[in-house]
Design a protein around this ligand. Structure first.
Ligand code: PMT
Length: 215
C-alpha cells in the first residue's frame, strides 16, 4: 500500500452547514456539525493531498495541513468554490448547503407584530451541480443525505449530477454525531462501508477514492 496515495492531488471541498440570515440576529441553518467533512479533509491531507476546505460555521479546529476558508451563506460558499475550482483536480461536496434562503434579509430585528410571520424563500445555487457541469470539471464526489430509500436517491444523484462518486448516508445515522454508516456509489455499483467513527469512515472513503484515481 502506497503511504501517500494522493500526493500531488489538489482537493477543493465543502463542509458544515450554511447559515442564511433572516434578520441581524436570526437565520436558517441545519444540524450538520462539520465532523464528517473535517474528518475527510484530515484523511485526504494525511494521504498527501493539498486540501482547501470551504467551511460553513462549525466549532471544529482546522485539521493539520488543511487550508480552511470560512463562509456563512450558500452564496458565499458558491463564490469561494468558483474562485478556486480551476486549480482543483478533485471536488468533494460534504456541506449541507441550504437549498433555500430568505428572499429579503430584514435590516432590523423583526418585531412580533402579528400572530404569524411568513418568510419568502428563494433557491440557492447548487454548487456541486454547477461544478460537475463545468467544461473542465474536476473529479466530482457528492454526498447524499437521505432520510429513506438511500440506494435509489443516492445512485440517482450519481447520474443526475454526472458525478464520479456519491457517498450516501442516512441523516438519522450520520448528521451531527461522531459515527457514520455510508454506502459508496460509483459506475461499478454500490460499496457499503461498516458503521464506524467518522475518522475511520473518512479513511475508507479516501482508500476507495485513491483506487478510483489509480487508473
Ligand atoms: O457535518 P456532520 O454532522 O458530520 O454530518 C455529515 C453530513 C450528514 C452532513 C454529510 O455526511 C452529508 O451527507 N453531506 C451532504 C448533505 C446534503 O446536503 O446532501 P444533499 O443530498 O442535500 O446534497 C447533495 C450534494 O449536493 C452534497 O454533496 C451537497 O454538498 C451538494 N449541494 C447541495 C445543495 C446545494 N445548494 N449545493 C451543493 O453543493
Amino acid at each position: 500500500l502506497q503511504a501517500k496515495p494522493l500526493a500531488g492531488h489538489t482537493v477543493l471541498m465543502t463542509a458544515g452547514p450554511t447559515y442564511e440570515p433572516i434578520d441581524p440576529v436570526r437565520g436558517i441553518t441545519n444540524i450538520s456539525s462539520g465532523k464528517m467533512g473535517y474528518a475527510l479533509a484530515r484523511a485526504l491531507a494525511l494521504a498527501g493531498a493539498k486540501v482547501q476546505l470551504i467551511s460553513g460555521p462549525v466549532a471544529l479546529p482546522v485539521p493539520y495541513g488543511v487550508e480552511r476558508i470560512d463562509v456563512q451563506t450558500a452564496r458565499e460558499m458558491h463564490q469561494a468554490v468558483m474562485q478556486r475550482v480551476g486549480q482543483a483536480r478533485i471536488f468533494i461536496g460534504v456541506a449541507a448547503v441550504a437549498d433555500f434562503r430568505p428572499l429579503d434579509v430584514a435590516a432590523d430585528k423583526i418585531k412580533k407584530t402579528g400572530d404569524g410571520l411568513t418568510l419568502n424563500l428563494t433557491r440557492n445555487p447548487d454548487i456541486l451541480a454547477e461544478v460537475a457541469s463545468l467544461p473542465a470539471a474536476p473529479f466530482c464526489v457528492g454526498f447524499a443525505a437521505e432520510s429513506q430509500n438511500l440506494d435509489t436517491y443516492a445512485s440517482g444523484k450519481l447520474q443526475a449530477k454526472r458525478l464520479q462518486l456519491v457517498v450516501g448516508n442516512l441523516v438519522q445515522d450520520g448528521m451531527g454525531g461522531d459515527t457514520n454508516q455510508v454506502v459508496l456509489f460509483d459506475a461499478a455499483g454500490s460499496h457499503p462501508l461498516p458503521r464506524a467513527s467518522k475518522t475511520e469512515v473518512a479513511t475508507g472513503i479516501v482508500a476507495h477514492l485513491a483506487k478510483m484515481l489509480e487508473v
